[in-house]
Design a binder for this molecule. Structure first.
Ligand SMILES: Nc1nc2c(ncn2[C@@H]2O[C@H](COP(=O)(O)OP(=O)(O)OP(=O)(O)O)[C@@H](O)[C@H]2O)c(=O)[nH]1
Ligand SMILES: [Mg+2]
Length: 281
């Protein structure tokens, strides 16, 4: 299944990123902990080379914790400060602020020697729906940035002042013009980073079922009360309709409803804490 989504507002957002790069001290890259490889933007990585960067593996509550620990090791061996976070959890604030302070330390201290108290400017980047605005709200303690469970919520850049010495910039979710392989676009779509209007969601759901059948068959069977899994995911989808009572007049399975429920339940972690990607060292 081939997916590409690079609408005009992303071209604009990329330009804005380039224009603002000079004035930022630290980049925070928000990845989705379930798909760190697919949510790593190679275009942004190239643009921000040489900047202090912190890699946040967000939505850690939805990912397999052992695999997340391995991803953290992976990014650390690549030279990045990397931490797992759950931005919907307010208790994570200190951990993130410590990482930002430590990344900005060199510049802050250099200026302090010259008697200047530097305002640290942090740009928050990531694919759509990764949790950038949620991160900013968690740090500032109130809803300064709009968040929603769909991609493309934040459109323009927005500076949010945290205190006298710290400012964060929220940015629109960014993808890149061409994914290297089909699985990248698909994984991003599974996790809600692609606008559903451009996707055949039934086809996407069949691919998700195939992935879950191989990674988390027990979670899948348990959630949808299936005795066994068929090798054909169209059959599994129909069984899920029946198990959930998604039946229309004339005993016709309501596939559309099941597709929407399965995608949402996966995204909410109801099928289990599932990591779709593992690091390769
Ligand atoms: N379970 C869970 N959900 C999260 C977490 N962080 C964010 N979310 C949810 O993910 C959805 C998207 O969050 P946003 O903060 O709007 O994402 P964004 O990166 O700003 O998205 P765009 O502005 O569209 O690029 C929201 O429904 C959040 O509640 C997390 O750590 N765990
Ligand atoms: Mg946002």
């Amino acid at each position: 299944m081939q997916i590409q989504w690079y609408p005009g507002h992303m071209t604009k957002a990329r330009r804005m990123l380039e224009e603002n790069l000079k004035i930022v001290d630290v980049i925070v890259t928000v990845l989705d902990a379930r798909i760190p490889a697919s949510s790593w933007n190679p275009d942004v990585a190239r643009l921000t080379k040489g900047k202090e960067m912190i890699v946040l593996l967000n939505k850690a509550d939805l990912a397999n914790s052992e695999i997340t620990i391995r991803w953290i090791e992976y990014f650390r061996t690549k030279g990045y400060a990397a931490i797992p976070v759950t931005c919907t959890n307010k208790g994570e604030k200190k951990k993130v602020l410590t990482a930002i302070n430590s990344a900005a330390k060199r510049r802050v201290e250099a200026l302090k020697k010259r008697g200047v108290n530097k305002v640290v400017r942090v740009m928050v980047l990531g694919v759509p729906n990764a949790g950038k605005s949620t991160l900013i709200n968690m740090i500032c303690g109130y809803n300064a940035a709009k968040t929603e469970d769909r991609p493309g919520v934040t459109r323009g850049r927005q500076w949010i002042r945290i205190n006298q010495y710290l400012e964060l910039m929220d940015t629109p979710g960014l993808l890149w013009p061409k994914f290297d392989d089909d699985s990248t676009g698909m994984h991003l779509a599974f996790c809600g980073s692609i606008n559903e209007q451009i996707i055949n969601t039934e086809e996407l759901c069949l691919h998700l079922l195939a992935a879950l059948r191989s990674i988390a068959p027990d979670g899948l069977m348990e959630r949808y009360r299936l005795e066994e899994l068929d090798g054909d995911d169209a059959v599994n989808l129909e069984r899920i309709c029946r198990a959930r009572g998604f039946i229309r007049k004339g005993n016709v399975p309501d596939i559309e409803r099941a597709v929407s429920v399965i995608l949402n339940e996966f995204r909410e972690g109801k099928i289990g804490r599932i990591s779709l990607e593992q690091p390769e060292f």
